[in-house]
Design a protein around this ligand. Structure first.
Ligand code: SF4
Ligand code: SF4
Ligand SMILES: [Zn+2]
Length: 333
């Protein structure tokens, strides 16, 4: 537990948390929407600080980041809690708190980064739940990671407040941001949030110069219409045609069992929409071998990185350039 950053004191011992776009007003002995920030006698605490609930060593492609240090391994870490309530959350056991207790085991930032160093990872990924809600802990790890030559990645729902994102930006090297839908109603009904702040966050990543890729889980009947996919792709292209867009297959789970898995041809169609909107890199995820998970040169269409699922079969990029036409490939290689 640690006193929170990013909050202000209000009258009657209430506080306002400024960490994410919910901007919760929290009365004494209460917690914010994420369940891991608590007001004790007018002081806001991050009660998940140093409570590790999950770690793992994953290919960076699993985050997914496809244009950032491809073929390297990332040390993933999470604490419990999330500021959204997605009905299809695949990590709901750790993202949605069911009791007052914060699950996990204690570890210091240095101990966690030490594990990443020991495993030879090039990056630390703050993931599985939402890094924003454990930002103080993440930031302490991120500073140590940078001093140790390790880069930092957020896998995020994009609900971080502007103030908080600007504070971590000097230590944040890349992110994968979910853009779950292009309808505010979908965010409100199925995720417990709103759309506009997520769009603003994606724009802010660009302004801050942090490498960003965007993921959309294509859920049948929710966001799979041509119009909505076109709106999502068009928005991303407007922010930057170099931003990779990952369109991934939905599987029924948690509290959303009333839609079938996304048909593969819907993902193919979404990819075509993304390309037609001008995006340079559109990847179909969760369907190894069946979809398009390769990187092609946007200029001459040469196959540059051949993948099977999260594995790199071949990487032909040389010094960040296409070996055929010399085009600079967007990302960090
Ligand atoms: S992080 Fe977001 S959800 Fe959690 S208390 Fe702060 S404003 Fe509320
Ligand atoms: S934002 Fe991510 S971790 Fe949070 S509920 Fe949604 S899917 Fe789960
Ligand atoms: Zn080329």
């Amino acid at each position: 537990m640690k006193e929170a950053s990013f909050y202000e004191k209000l009258a009657d011992n209430k506080v306002r948390c400024n960490l994410c776009n919910h901007f919760c007003t929290i009365a004494e002995n209460k917690r914010g929407i994420c369940g891991v920030r608590e007001n004790r006698e007018g002081v806001l605490y991050s009660i998940s600080y140093g409570r590790i609930v999950a770690t793992g060593v994953d290919p960076i492609e699993k985050k997914p980041l496809f244009n950032f240090l491809p073929g390297t391994e990332s040390f993933s870490v999470a604490t419990a809690g999330c500021n959204m309530r997605c009905r299809w959350c695949q990590n709901w056991q750790i993202s949605q708190l069911k009791t007052r207790d914060v699950p996990g085991h204690d570890a210091t930032p240095a101990e966690v980064v030490g594990m990443a160093i020991q495993r030879g990872c090039k990056t630390m990924a703050y993931t599985y739940t939402e890094p924003t809600v454990f930002l103080e802990f993440a930031l302490d790890m991120m500073k140590i990671a940078h001093r140790s030559g390790i880069k930092n990645i957020f896998v995020t729902n994009g609900y971080t407040s502007e103030e908080a994102l600007r504070a971590v930006a000097p230590y944040l090297d890349a992110a994968n941001i979910d853009l779950k839908a292009f309808k505010d109603e979908t965010y409100r009904k199925l995720c417990g949030a709103t759309l506009e702040p997520v769009l603003n966050t994606i724009r802010l990543y660009r302004e801050l110069g942090i490498w960003a890729e965007v993921t959309t889980l294509v859920v049948p009947g929710v966001n799979d219409s041509k119009e909505e996919l076109k709106e999502i792709a068009g928005f991303i292209a407007d922010v930057g045609i170099w931003i990779p867009w990952h369109i991934s297959q939905f599987y029924p789970q948690y509290r959303f069992l009333d839609a079938p898995p996304t048909p593969v041809d819907v993902l193919h169609r979404a990819r075509k929409i993304g390309i037609d909107e001008g995006l340079r890199y559109v990847y179909e995820g969760n369907i190894p071998g069946k979809g398009n998970e390769n990187t092609y040169c946007y200029q001459c269409k040469e196959l540059l990185i051949k993948r099977f699922g999260f594995s790199i079969v071949e990487n032909r990029i040389k010094d960040g350039k296409c070996p055929n036409c010399g085009a600079e490939i967007d990302g960090v290689f």
